[in-house]
Design a protein around this ligand. Structure first.
Ligand code: ADP
Ligand code: GN1
Ligand code: MG
Length: 367
């Protein structure tokens, strides 16, 4: 069966131990990195069973085997803890489906890497917070995720993307993209470039605190978008944190900050009407409450102190990453329209400016 990118999904799915007869596949384009398909299998005339079949973007994740080793290790660790706590390990963490060879990664002849997961039924992800209570639940879920992995040996984890949240290095990459200007686009985005350059002094702050030992290195998720947590359809609980490719040693502040970046904005990440884009303190408060309820005990006073700043810094970092990609000719993030990365840059910078005005209020909420 031909899908948009020309992958023969039925054929690829045939390499995995999915149960039943292949019926159909549907793409899910909500993420910016991997190619995700929901595949439907029929068995004994009963309702179709769904699975996730996902192509790992090996332009972004250069060593897919290492990504898989991390995911195998952390899901095993979490599964044991979920079982001990009386939870449902089939819904509260990702479950990999073996290939016919018994591994978890299938490499096709065209060089692409694929993996399979159980589909988490009765839950869904959202591109924006539609129900404010869901964001509180997401805060609980990400805090809990950090807690479940707090005793996971960080030495067992590969750094799947080196320096992923090293904002200083992200800034250097941005400056290089402006200087090279391979697409001749810099002249049209002077205002955005100016905005980014003005805030250069912020970029080393968290990395420096880490290097000085003032912030602790933990096992973190590093991509805590609201659409990376599955919300249960019935209970509204954030039942499962997904998208585990970037689980690596990092700062808790990366996770907190990135969640606020995405979810405390009442508009979409790529909204073109910037009057709709702002930092909603009510949403910020809800996420923070959930996150502190589950992860709060393990946070140091320095981590707490830098939470508001981390939201601003992670938003800024994401903004310069989108702008860098725009300048480089859109080679990293999936885009669905020509200026998509520029639209995304603009929402992030609008949020940064709004957070700068609200930092004191954000600190008061943490207090
Ligand atoms: P990306 O890295 O591209 O963001 P994700 O792993 O986040 O890819 O998957 C993209 C989307 O696919 C998710 O936002 C979610 O809606 C859906 N999805 C992923 N894994 C599952 C799963 N196990 N069960 C149900 N839906 C899933
Ligand atoms: C990407 O894969 P996805 O859509 O969850 C990106 C994140 C960015 C995010 C911006 C591996 O996340 O770092 O913050 O887009 N993931 C990777 O929306 O680069
Ligand atoms: Mg995702």
């Amino acid at each position: 069966m031909e899908m948009d990118k020309g992958y023969d999904i039925e054929d690829i799915a045939g390499n995995f131990q999915f149960d039943g007869e292949f019926r159909k596949a549907e793409p899910n384009i909500s993420g910016h990195i991997n190619d995700t398909y929901i595949v439907y299998y029929d068995k004994d005339g009963g309702p179709s069973q769904r699975y996730i079949l996902q192509r790992i973007n090996h332009n972004v994740f250069k060593e897919p085997e290492k990504v898989m080793e991390n995911i195998i290790g952390i899901t095993r660790h979490m599964r044991e803890k979920i079982i001990k706590a009386g939870g449902d390990p089939l819904r509260e963490t990702l479950n990999l489906i073996p290939t016919n060879e018994g591994g978890y990664l299938h490499r096709c002849d065209d060089g692409n890497y694929w993996r399979g997961y159980l589909f988490i039924d009765g839950a869904r992800t959202y591109q924006m917070v539609e129900n404010k209570e869901h964001f509180y639940k997401a805060g609980r879920a990400f805090g809990n995720f950090q807690r479940l992995l707090s005793d996971y040996p960080a030495d067992n984890l590969h750094e799947t993307i080196p320096n992923f949240h090293n904002t200083r290095m992200r800034f250097d990459a941005f400056v290089e993209a402006v200087e090279k200007d391979v697409m001749n686009r810099a002249r049209d985005v002077k205002e955005e470039i100016e905005f980014a350059l003005k805030r250069a002094d912020d970029t080393p702050i968290l990395v420096d605190l880490l290097e000085k030992g003032e912030l602790p290195l933990k096992v973190t998720h590093n991509d805590t978008k609201f659409n990376n947590v599955m919300i249960d359809d019935e209970t509204g609980e954030g039942i499962c944190v997904i998208d585990l490719d970037t689980v690596m040693p990092g700062l808790s502040l990366y996770d907190f900050g990135d969640s606020i970046r995405f979810g405390a904005n009442p508009a979409a990440e790529d909204e073109r009407d910037l009057s709709k884009v702002w930092m909603d303190l009510g949403l910020y408060e809800r996420f923070t409450r959930g996150y502190l309820e589950t992860a709060g005990d393990s946070l140091t006073s320095t981590e707490l102190e830098y939470m508001p700043f981390s939201a601003k810094l992670m938003t800024y970092e994401c903004g310069i990453r989108f702008l860098t990609d725009y300048l480089n000719g859109d080679t990293y993030f999936r885009i669905l329209r020509p200026e998509h990365n520029l639209d995304r840059t603009r929402t992030q910078f609008k949020l940064v400016a709004d957070m700068e005005v609200k930092l004191d209020q954000m600190a008061r909420i943490i207090g």
